[in-house]
Ligand binder design. Structure first.
Ligand SMILES: [Zn+2]
Length: 231
């Protein structure tokens, strides 16, 4: 007899999240904006249908980007134009250890899970220590929080190696120097431009950028808003 849990697997939404991925399975995943856990829109063993679905998702969403991945040997991989495995994906099905998920709901814990631009989640929290003069000194630091790798203090993202210190430091230009903005995108509100070791996401509308002198989707950016975000 079917239990309630068995019936849940018949619901596609639930099955997308619960059923383990299989070797050679294609996954259409949301790569922007990043979420705390992998957002899978479609699973299929058929490359053409997965690719088609991915294209439609990108056309149907103005503020989200979807990409195709293939599951191999426990990891997500990017695919080439024929659907063959290319290289290991920045986005993976990261599993955050339960104690960190509990910690973010605990108001006394002063910690949060931050998702790197590359999809990697880490824990940014405060630790209290007693100084030599007996005072309680609190300091913030970032630690790994995955089930199979947690509690390690980190200063850069273990996945894409971007500096986490610079990201949080207003005085440093290093973080912004890692961003390369095409001339056609300067001043455009849609520009995202986060460079990964693997790929550069220009914007949600044209993930690989616009190949011309003027982009049809150019939207004047609100400079005041931009200043608030950067500072
Ligand atoms: Zn990263």
């Amino acid at each position: 007899m079917d239990t309630t849990a068995d019936l849940l697997f018949l619901n596609e939404e639930v099955a997308l999240r619960i059923n383990p991925f299989s070797e050679g399975e294609y996954l259409v995943i949301q790569t922007h904006p990043q979420e705390k856990s992998l957002k899978v829109s479609k699973r299929s063993f058929d490359y053409e249908s997965a690719k088609k679905y991915c294209e439609l998702e990108n056309l149907g969403h103005d503020y989200a980007t979807f990409e195709l991945r293939i599951f191999h040997d426990g990891n997500l991989w990017t695919v080439d134009a024929s659907g063959n495995r290319r290289r290991i994906s920045q986005q993976q099905d990261w599993k955050v250890a339960p104690q960190y998920l509990e910690a973010i709901h605990d108001n006394d814990n002063h910690g949060e899970i931050i998702v790197c631009f590359c999809s990697y989640p880490y824990f940014h929290g405060v630790t209290a220590q007693i100084s030599g003069s007996g005072e309680v000194v609190e300091f913030w630091h970032s630690v790994t929080c995955l089930v199979d790798d947690h509690g390690r203090e980190i200063h850069s993202c273990p996945n894409c190696h971007i500096s986490l210190v610079d990201e949080l430091d207003d005085d440093s230009d290093d973080f912004y120097q890692q961003i390369t903005q095409p001339a056609v995108c300067i001043g455009c509100a849609n520009y995202h431009g986060q460079e990964y070791a693997e790929e550069l996401l220009i914007c949600a509308i044209h993930p690989y950028g616009w190949d011309g002198v003027s982009c049809p989707d150019f939207t004047e950016s609100d400079n005041n808003k931009l200043d608030k975000t950067v500072k």
